[in-house]
Design a protein around this ligand. Structure first.
Ligand code: GDP
Ligand code: IMO
Ligand code: MG
Length: 449
């Protein structure tokens, strides 16, 4: 032991990549357990920026086993590009392992995701258009193509043929979109993306490239856990985007909550010792859907600007708002968060007073301290705020709890008390060293087991 899960406690982009990178120093295995290249995890090391979409955020430690678990959906085109990009930068990717059971994002999944968004005439869900939803849908329909299918051309061809067949109606609809896209010059490889032979040929090439990395990734986790090693389960997306527990249908198509680490990596609940929930000191959301604490004003703009709130994957500006403690309490319980990481505290300096949302008030008068199960309430509710004193200082250089201004510490205390979980780590800048371990030095994960 131990097994430690890292999850997003809000709407994504909380800084999970940076936290995984920090903790991976003490890990034997880092494994992604859900999502795909809709994720964008950023690590800033010595002023150099790395953005990972599929490869686990532990890859910067040479030789460390970094696994893409069975619960992830893999676009092999993106994965091979990511591998090549890292190699060009001198990063050792020999520790990369890919589950043979993970599902593959196929060219038609990307088309269906794009057309699905276009068809509505507006970006209703605002997906990343990476084919995530259609790929998970095929997985559930038992029409998915798995990594291991790349190793057998006959099987691959059979399965791709079977997967393409029931999409006739959707493909007809795609024709309309194709004409629109053609005018804009974005439909060059459209035919190839629907051509059985071209697909099989392209994917067999990926199979040859990826074969040395294909493995039984669950077994790698068991072996590490059974010899008292440390396994980090790296979550993508976040609690409020969870297919079952988030603000459906404005969610992703996987389960980013901690419980899904078991399914998506192939371990049992008793293999998990700790769950770290990562939250920003404020809130952001990319794409559509309810966001009770959203700010459409100067403060919101300031958070976006100072926090560099632009989507890592799609480049869309992120919506910004105040810290939502109702949602954070929900995330703490749902994930059984044992420790909180609060990132981007530095972004709040110079804003006074600070606000945290402590409950929701429905226009008809009801007050909700707990996250309401009825989606309509979340859409209509107004946030009830508690005001807290702000701080002026630039805290980018803080390294110990005592370096933080009193007001910043009080702000953190209010969050921890409300969420019912201790804050272990605070982010004061994008750099790897720009963190404050609360009350102590960095933990010794092995000793904690
Ligand atoms: P992830 O998807 O959860 O890994 O987060 P992203 O990488 O998409 O977005 C987080 C952004 O915030 C990245 O650009 C990080 O470099 C940056 N970041 C992380 N922690 C901090 C912090 O404490 N302060 C500041 N200012 N930026 C941070
Ligand atoms: P990381 O791991 C923030 C959002 C999309 C959209 C919704 C569904 O970097 O935190 P999808 O393409 O998954 O079907 O889109 O989910 N979304 C994210 N938002 N961070 C992410 O990942 C996200 N991955 C998906 O913007 O609203
Ligand atoms: Mg991100």
């Amino acid at each position: 032991m131990p097994g430690l899960v890292i999850v997003g406690a809000q709407w994504g982009d909380e800084g999970k990549g940076k936290v995984v990178d920090l903790l991976a120093e003490q890990a034997d295995v880092v494994i992604r357990f859900q999502g795909g290249n809709n994720a964008g995890h950023t690590i800033v090391r010595d002023g150099e920026t790395f953005k990972f979409h599929l490869i686990p955020s532990g890859i910067l430690y040479p030789g460390l086993t970094c696994a893409i678990g069975n619960g992830v959906v893999i676009d092999p085109r993106v994965l091979t590009e990511e591998i090549d990009g890292l190699r060009q930068r001198g990063v050792d990717v020999s520790g990369l392992r890919i589950s043979a059971n993970a599902h593959l994002i196929m060219p038609y999944h990307v088309l269906l995701d794009t057309a699905g968004e276009l068809k509505l005439g507006k970006l209703e869900i605002g997906t990343t258009r990476r084919g995530i939803g259609p790929c998970y849908a095929d997985k559930a329909s038992r029409l998915g193509i798995r990594v291991q299918d790349l190793l057998d051309e006959k099987i691959l061809r059979q399965k791709v043929r079977a997967a393409l067949a029931p999409k006739t109606q959707a493909l007809k609809e795609l024709e309309v979109e194709r004409k629109k896209l053609r005018k804009k010059g974005g439909a060059e490889d459209w035919d190839a993306r629907l051509d059985l032979h071209a697909i099989v040929e392209e994917y067999m090439r990926y199979g040859h490239r990826l074969e040395p990395h294909i493995a039984d990734t669950a077994k790698l986790c068991w072996e590490a856990l059974d010899r008292d090693g440390t396994v980090l389960f790296e979550g993508a997306q976040a609690t409020m985007l969870d297919l079952d527990h988030g603000t459906y249908p404005f969610v992703t198509s996987s389960n980013p909550v901690a419980g899904a680490a078991c399914i998506g990596a192939g371990v049992g609940p008793r293999d998990i010792d700790e769950v770290w929930g990562v939250a920003k000191a404020y809130a952001t959301r990319v794409g559509a859907g309810p966001f009770p604490t959203e700010l459409d004003d100067e403060t919101g703009e300031r958070l976006r600007e100072r926090g560099g709130e632009v989507g890592t994957t799609t480049g869309r500006p992120r919506r910004t708002g105040w810290m939502d403690l109702v949602a954070l309490r929900y995330a703490a319980r749902l994930n059984t968060i044992s420790s909180l990481v609060i990132t981007k505290l530095d972004v709040l300096s110079g804003i006074d007073p600070l606000h945290v949302c402590t409950s929701y008030r429905h226009p008809e008068g009801a007050v909700f301290d707990e996250f309401p199960y009825h989606q309509s309430i979340i859409h209509e509710a107004e946030p009830v705020y508690e005001e807290l004193p702000g701080f002026e200082q630039d805290i980018g250089g803080a390294r110990r709890e005592s370096d933080l201004p009193k007001e910043a510490r009080e702000f953190l205390d209010a969050i921890a008390e409300s969420a019912g979980a201790p804050i272990r780590l605070v982010g004061v800048g994008p750099g790897r060293d720009q963190v404050v371990w609360m009350g102590a030095d960095a933990p010794d994960l092995r000793a904690a087991a």
